[in-house]
Design a protein around this ligand. Structure first.
Ligand SMILES: O=C(O)CCC(=O)C(=O)O
Ligand SMILES: [Fe+2]
Length: 334
């Protein structure tokens, strides 16, 4: 474990996709590099496995995905009144086997239906091995009542392609839409090594560790080489944010050069499918998230309109707590 001191940009700066360290530096942070899987498991709700897939499968999967990346897209959405474009390309895939009909209801992002692709044969092979690993890990843990009782299935993936060090992803927690609370996300890295960073949501940090200095956050860095599998376990999306910082040094990979591809396998739960998700006044399924800022409601789950993310017209007033069904209007975004 290595510790250095750095400055991380505020959440708002990072959402604007400024490189880490650029822009306003209101919060001081300590960067702790985790090099060993044991350190990762001790510090975070994560499991890291190096060289996870058989080497030939990892190579074939990377080759297949590299062929596909020219057809992947940059997501566009609105942040306040400004349109922003993701600094990497992505594609979503769903398993379309007959026993997975709930996936047929479709997926929405920012109020628009997401184009989904079928799994490639190499993704199907990787999925089976990842499912076995995830279910082994989950069997050793006690389950939260809100977690699915089903065996975990990697039936949906989001693939990201980072072409060179100028591409990355800013601080965020993954939406819980379709995957539900206390989700497990299995993240497979292919190609060039990039650093994955993790820190507590500031509101969660203040509650969990009230003695920590308020202006200081601990940021964990994990270098993810080709064929590393990182499992983000239940509570990770509720308590921590993650990012792939830009402008970090890159050591080219023999097959992919400066490109890193990341595949996140998720369990799209039948009980959280689009058909079971409340629809907002715009008529589209809501986004599901946990409260990560307000102390009084920290950890509660809520459904909210997310259409302005794509259309820039402002959210409709729909708001619903997941647990109690209480509805109301949200305060304006910060
Ligand atoms: O590329 C990665 O490792 C992270 C991708 C990610 O955060 C996401 O797809 O939500
Ligand atoms: Fe993410």
């Amino acid at each position: 474990m290595t510790t250095t001191s750095t400055h991380a940009a505020s959440l708002t700066d990072l959402l604007k996709w400024t490189p880490e360290g650029e822009g306003k530096t209101r919060q001081r942070s300590q960067l702790i590099i985790l090099r060993r899987p044991d350190d990762v498991t001790r510090e975070l709700p994560c499991v890291l496995v190096y060289n996870f897939l058989p080497a030939l499968l990892a190579r074939d999967l990377l080759t297949d995905l590299l062929r596909e990346t020219p057809t992947w897209h940059r997501r566009k959405w609105y942040l306040f009144d400004r349109q922003v474009t993701s600094p990497h390309t992505s594609a979503s895939s769903v398993a379309t086997e007959p026993q997975e009909p709930h996936n047929g209801g479709g997926f929405y992002f920012g109020g628009s239906k997401v184009r989904v692709r079928p799994y490639l044969p190499t993704m199907v092979e990787a999925r089976r091995l990842i499912e076995a690993k995830v279910n082994c890990v989950l069997a050793e843990r006690s389950r939260n009542p809100l977690e699915s009782r089903d065996p975990w299935q990697g039936n949906k993936t989001i693939a990201n392609c980072y072409n060179g060090s100028a591409e990355g992803v800013g601080w965020h927690g993954d939406r819980l839409t379709y995957i539900g609370p206390f989700a497990t996300i299995a993240s497979l890295s292919l190609g060039v090594t990039r650093q994955f960073r993790i820190r507590r949501f500031p509101g969660v940090q203040a509650q969990r560790d009230p003695l920590a200095s308020p202006g200081m956050s601990r940021v964990f860095g994990i270098d993810l080489p080709h064929n590393a599998l990182l499992l983000m376990l239940p509570s990770m999306q509720e308590e921590y944010q993650h990012s792939v910082p830009r402008y970090t040094p890159i050591d080219p990979h023999p097959l992919s050069g400066n490109i890193r591809i990341n595949l996140t396998f998720r369990y799209s739960r039948p009980d959280y499918s689009a058909d079971h998700t409340p629809h907002c006044h715009c008529g589209v399924p809501c986004e599901l998230r946990a409260v990560t800022k307000q102390e009084a409601t920290l950890g509660r789950y809520y459904y909210m309109c997310e259409t302005d993310a794509v259309h820039g017209q402002g959210k409709c007033s729909f708001f619903q707590w997941m647990d109690s069904g209480v509805t109301g209007s949200l305060p304006p975004p910060p």
